[in-house]
Ligand binder design. Structure first.
Ligand SMILES: Cc1cn([C@H]2C[C@H](O)[C@@H](COP(=O)(O)OP(=O)(O)O[C@H]3O[C@@H](C)C(=O)[C@@H](O)[C@H]3O)O2)c(=O)[nH]c1=O
Length: 185
């Protein structure tokens, strides 16, 4: 398993090894001990799986406020996404900065998005399925969304052509300026 740091503190790309043979390949997609040895010592309590029918579906930018803040370990099992993490920790030197990575079923890459970061993704192919582990249970009361195309954040969504497919919640999301982040360093 290869673990590399992205430009924001705690955001990592994890590339599990694939053992190929005549049948195809085998991969340990999660190994608590190996991740802990690589400095990622987390207790995941819930697995999520989402399916997006259309390319250009955008889910985000999401967070759960404390006491239900979530670290997320995200991967794609069908199709591909541009995955984005935004540092939302007040007092952080990188507050409001974002990083992105392309995750696909083909490349098998995973992104670790720590608690205190907003998370979102844009599907790059139809019928994309995203699977992720989280360290806190879902809480509708603590769930929140910040506007995906906020001018202050200026996220480069790359291949997005026109308007994305959004949920009602994400259409009505607050702006970055309105957002009173519940996170701090
Ligand atoms: C996230 C979640 C949703 N739900 C329900 C609530 C709602 O009725 C339905 C759809 O929820 P949402 O619209 O919030 O789903 P979605 O827009 O896919 O939300 C997800 O987006 C990505 C980017 C994340 O980072 C996740 O943490 C999560 O916020 O599923 C759960 O029961 N448990 C959960 O953990």
């Amino acid at each position: 398993m290869n673990v590399t740091d992205l430009e924001l503190p705690g955001v990592k790309i994890i590339e599990p090894r694939r053992f190929g043979d005549d049948r195809g390949w085998f991969s340990e997609t999660y190994n608590q001990k190996a991740l802990a040895a690589a400095g990622v010592d987390l207790e995941f309590v819930q697995d999520n799986h989402s399916y997006s029918r259309d390319a250009g579906t955008l889910r985000g930018l999401h967070y759960q406020a404390p006491p239900f803040a979530q670290d997320k370990l995200v991967r794609v099992v069908r199709g591909s996404v541009l995955d984005v993490a935004v540092d939302a920790r007040k007092g952080s030197a990188s507050y409001g900065r974002w990083v992105s990575a392309t995750l696909s079923a083909e490349n098998g890459k995973q992104i670790l998005v720590p608690a205190g970061f907003l998370h979102g993704f844009l599907t790059l192919e139809p019928h994309t399925e995203v699977v992720y582990k989280v360290t806190s249970f879902y809480s509708a009361e603590c769930d929140g969304s910040v506007l995906w195309n906020d001018a202050d954040l200026a996220i480069d969504w790359g291949e997005l052509d026109g308007e994305p497919v959004l949920s009602g919640k994400d259409k009505d999301a607050v702006t970055w300026a309105e957002f009173d982040s519940p996170f701090s360093v």
